[in-house]
Design a protein around this ligand. Structure first.
Ligand code: ME8
Length: 518
């Protein structure tokens, strides 16, 4: 089981965030993925009894969004109102349990940006200069000439986005002065950036030298105005990153801010690790605010082996996917299939394989066999808690250890390992039922039959409890079928056995198998 010093304390509030998504386009599977990971951790923390603030939202300023609005023939505010709604709808589609949804066009956010800017000015961290260099609107990022490649007379950033030459007056943030303190942060907090491969990449970038960062633009106006100099709007990344502290209460509600900040974790994709792991902690430290505790940069999804892109026409729409396959199988598949942090390929065959093999067969059948036997052979009544015979010990030990094993994996965002651990235990439970054959014991040893079914019921209760964050709807159904009252569905409640004699409702299948041709 992974153990680290950085494992979060078991008590206290936790603040968990997703990126705020650009409203230049509709949500796709990549957005759903990041938000889902954050949702599972938020739900797990609640299950631990922690107070949780789970935030998502939309990034609505900047040149890219302004351009998308213009292309749609709309004014930017009307356009962002419309597209932001699609991201709000995504929270329902994916079953997200977010506590807030922030939009950067909200007044509270403009106040926070202004307060942060004023604080940076007060501390001498901002100066007025002139920017001249390359800018990629698609990434909303500045690039040095040595980072670019040229094809057919057009220069491209490493992300593949075309760049344009920008020359305008600009405010700068003294980023160059923060390199040593950033490196110290990465050294002092080895899990500040996960996974380790991303940490190495960020450290190498910082060690190669940091220039000062242009943090305002004058050639367009769709942004938060710089205090005292309204010809400038703030650089969209300074604006966007600030969302995390806006929502936590900065500067309007110092009590809330002290409660929620620093964030336990910012979930991001690997494309935006530089902004979160370099610029963001530098802005914060420069303003006298603690950096977040962790930035986790996950990998990139491809579709059946191909890069996902609008021009290839292979964008995966989460709404359609959930309609076709069901919400919980999609949630399960996305976090089970690919180690979090690595790139992964979306394949329909793999989704079907996981759903049918693991959810329907290993877990669903175990529940159905156990609960049907209790219905038929125990008059639908839960047998009393039973002592463990030698044959029950191995499964019992595995089940007892499972919540801590899952928790340790989730503390490091190893979602696939957490799920693998539950599935391994479910497979063991299937082996146990086959060996013990409780259906054959009714006539020969009814007391043993009851004990075996009770041990299986106890195991299922643990599986269902720890899987709630991943499979909220189906595990709610399973806990109903197991007769676990709503208040007894936390991790702490697992130490209190359910009383024998409960009447259990007739079981019904939890998962339907997906047909390959569907
Ligand atoms: O970058 N695979 O917003 P964005 C996995 N507004 N994840 C993917 C993905 C894919 N193929 N495509 C997108 C922005 N993502 C800024 C963020 S935060 C202060 C500002 C996910 O709409 C992944 O999380 O371009 C990535 O980082 C994010 O969507 C980018 O969303």
């Amino acid at each position: 089981m992974p153990e680290t010093d950085a494992a979060p304390a078991r008590t206290g509030p936790c603040f968990i965030t997703t990126p705020i998504y650009y409203v230049n386009d509709r949500p796709h599977i990549g957005h759903a993925y990041t938000s889902l990971a954050a949702d599972v951790l938020a739900r797990w923390r609640r299950l631990e009894g922690r107070e949780v603030f789970f935030l998502t939202g939309t990034d609505e300023h900047g040149q890219k969004v302004e351009k998308a609005a213009r292309d749609a023939g709309m004014n930017p505010q009307a356009f962002t109102d419309q597209v932001s709604q699609h991201f709000r709808d995504l929270t329902a589609t994916m079953g997200l349990s977010n506590d807030d949804f922030i939009r950067t066009t909200e007044e509270r956010h403009k106040e926070a940006c202004t307060a942060l800017w004023d604080e940076l000015v007060r501390r001498g961290e901002i100066y007025l200069g002139h920017y001249e260099g390359w800018y990629a609107v698609r990434d909303e990022a500045f690039y040095g000439p040595d980072e670019l490649v040229e094809r057919d007379g057009v220069k491209y950033a490493p992300s593949g986005a075309p760049v344009e030459w920008v020359r305008e007056p600009s405010y700068f943030f003294r980023l160059s002065a923060w390199a040593d303190r950033l490196l110290k942060l990465y050294d002092d907090e080895p899990d500040f950036i996960l996974p380790a491969s991303r940490r190495n990449e960020v450290m190498a970038f910082v060690k190669s030298g940091l220039g000062d960062l242009s943090i305002s633009r004058t050639s367009f106006s769709w942004g938060v105005k710089v205090p005292g100099d309204p010809a400038h709007v703030m650089y969209v990344w300074l604006d966007a990153l600030t969302n995390y502290i806006t929502a936590a209460g900065y500067p309007a509600d110092p009590e809330a801010f002290a409660k929620w900040w620093p964030a336990e974790i910012h979930f991001v994709g690997k494309d935006i690790v530089r902004f979160h792991a370099i610029y963001w902690p530098a802005f914060l430290m420069a303003a006298g605010i603690a950096p977040p505790k962790r930035v986790f940069a996950h990998g990139w999804w491809t579709n059946e082996g191909q890069k996902i892109s609008k021009s290839l026409g292979n964008v995966i729409d989460p709404v359609r996917l959930v309609e076709e396959s069901g919400l919980d199988p999609v949630r399960y598949f996305l976090l089970r299939e690919v180690p979090f942090g690595q790139d992964g390929d979306f394949s329909r065959a793999a989704l079907i394989g996981r759903t049918n093999g693991e959810l329907a067969n290993a877990l669903g059948n175990l529940a159905n066999r156990t609960l049907s036997l209790i219905q038929r052979n125990c008059e639908a009544t839960l047998p009393a808690p039973a002592a463990r015979a030698p044959g029950d010990a191995a499964l019992g030990a595995l089940v007892d250890a499972l919540p801590a094993v899952v928790g340790a994996h989730l503390d490091r965002q190893d979602f696939h390992l957490a799920l693998e651990a539950v599935m391994a235990a479910a497979r063991d439970a299937n082996g146990y039922i086959t060996v013990e054959a409780p259906w054959a014991l009714k006539k020969t040893d009814p007391a043993r039959m009851e004990a075996v079914l009770r041990h299986l019921h106890d195991a299922l209760r643990v599986f269902a409890t720890v899987l709630q964050p991943f499979l909220p709807d189906t595990m709610e159904a399973l806990l109903d079928q197991l007769g676990v009252p709503p208040e007894a569905r936390t991790l702490a409640a697992l130490s209190t056995p359910l009383p024998g004699g409960l009447t259990l409702p007739p079981p019904s299948p939890l998962f339907r198998k997906i047909e390959a041709a569907a």
